[in-house]
Design a protein around this ligand. Structure first.
Ligand code: TZP
Ligand code: MG
Length: 212
């Protein structure tokens, strides 16, 4: 796997956008398309189903040298030996955690990413030892319909203020990518613009080429 600082394209296997495809098949297409990281995001799925998907995706990402991120399910990330777990503000701080070292049990190599929606949250996430932070949602997005967009203003703050790897997320498409990158951002998370494209590999590759 590339060092996190060199990872630019963070793609997703989101069960909301499988459109009948097997999760591991989608993961394989994302690897072919040049994703640096792939997150398994399986909202409202039974834990057993998430674990099964994660177990099937991991050999695919491992073979491709792509880091696997498990969203929400710290236990699964630990158990299967994924490289990362991603948690929201509510999953981490609102459950009483203060530092990511509190999460290290079996797999101390596990890296943690935290979602943030404002500078104060990013500062708190960095102080908590997050390995990376997500900055968003920048634009309104059907993938997270109730979240209020943070706009490019927050991205510009991140460009000048953050010293840990950070990823812009939320509503990023090939159409608005240039204005995101124009802020100085260099890393993006893309969910629906890749998974809803007619050809996932091609869409992923298009983002890859624009980020390189
Ligand atoms: N967190 C903030 S926005 C978002 C998440 C998980 C969804 C991003 O999805 P899309 O489809 O790329 O807008
Ligand atoms: Mg969460």
């Amino acid at each position: 796997m590339k060092p996190l600082a060199e990872c630019k394209l963070y793609a997703f296997v989101d069960t909301g956008y499988l459109h009948g495809r097997a999760p591991e098949t989608v993961a394989a297409r994302l690897c072919e398309g040049g994703a640096d990281l792939i997150q398994l995001r399986a909202k409202n799925q039974p834990t057993t189903a998430v674990r099964r998907m994660a177990e099937r995706i991991l050999p695919v990402t491992r073979a491709a040298g792509v880091g696997l991120v498990i969203n929400d399910h710290l236990d699964i990330a630990h158990e299967i030996g994924a490289e990362f777990c991603h948690l929201g503000q509510e999953d981490f701080f609102d459950t009483g955690h203060r530092h990511i070292s509190e999460l290290a049990t079996r797999n101390s190599e596990l890296k943690i990413g935290l979602s943030t929606h404002a500078p104060v949250q990013a500062e708190r996430a960095v102080a908590a030892g997050a390995d990376y932070v997500a900055i968003g949602p920048i634009y309104a997005t059907g993938t997270k319909p109730t979240a209020r967009p943070v706009t490019l203003e927050y991205v510009r703050w991140a460009v000048t203020s953050l010293r840990v790897p950070w990823f812009a997320i939320g509503g990023i498409t090939l159409q608005n990518l240039d204005e995101v990158l124009a802020t100085g951002a260099g890393r993006v998370c893309v969910v629906s613009a890749i998974l809803n494209a007619p050809d996932v590999t091609k869409a992923c590759r298009a983002f890859r080429q624009r980020l390189d």
